[in-house]
Design a protein around this ligand. Structure first.
Ligand code: AMP
Length: 172
């Protein structure tokens, strides 16, 4: 079944710029049985772990994060690109596999001591997830795990997230 999930992910060469092989999960998400399986596999990992919140990273992380939160009976929190969130925010700047960017979270999104899973579609260099870990930690949240559909192992993003636990369903 994991092989089926893996095979359903589309490879798009040279997107969003030359030299990047983009792993497109939209081809997985649009298949009902595969999407359900993906959410169930992640969900079963965290059931009973006392997860209060799933933090989804814009934009594909919203899809994964919201579905996972629903499965766990947890709340969902949005981490967004600058200027998108309407209320007071905390901000973190990070380096991407293909550029530099910032992310924001509402200042009241996480209460001290809440148990959080961070969710995104893909772990590449780890810069994005590290920025989110820093935001969640500064706000007093406890990170249960950072959870990804896809991990590009050769970029060693996992090491950047140490000592935070990291899980991925599919590795390349
Ligand atoms: P990074 O910060 O380098 O770990 O990059 C992770 C973020 O960038 C995730 O939000 C991904 O959606 C996106 N991303 C980076 N590289 C790729 C890739 N090769 N294919 C698809 N998405 C990517």
């Amino acid at each position: 079944m994991l092989e089926e999930l893996k095979n359903s992910i589309r490879n798009v060469p040279n997107f969003p710029k030359k030299g990047i092989l983009f792993k497109d999960i939209t081809t997985l998400c649009k298949e009902p049985a595969l999407f359900q399986r993906m959410v169930d596999l992640l969900g079963h990992r965290y059931i009973g772990k006392g997860v209060d919140l799933v933090v989804g990273i814009e934009a594909r992380g919203f899809v994964v994060g919201a579905a996972l939160a629903y499965k766990l009976g947890a709340g969902v929190v949005l981490v967004r690109k600058p200027g998108k969130l309407p209320h007071l925010t905390h901000k973190a700047t990070y380096t991407l596999e293909y550029g530099k960017d910032s992310l924001e979270i509402h200042q009241d999104a996480i209460r001290k001591g809440q148990r959080v899973v961070v969710a995104d579609d893909l772990l590449a260099t780890g810069g994005t997830a590290k920025a989110v870990i820093d935001l969640v930690s500064q706000m007093g949240g406890t990170i249960v795990e950072c959870s990804f559909i896809v991990e590009l192992e050769e970029l060693k993003g996992r090491e950047k997230l140490t000592p935070c636990p990291v899980f991925s369903l599919i590795q390349y």
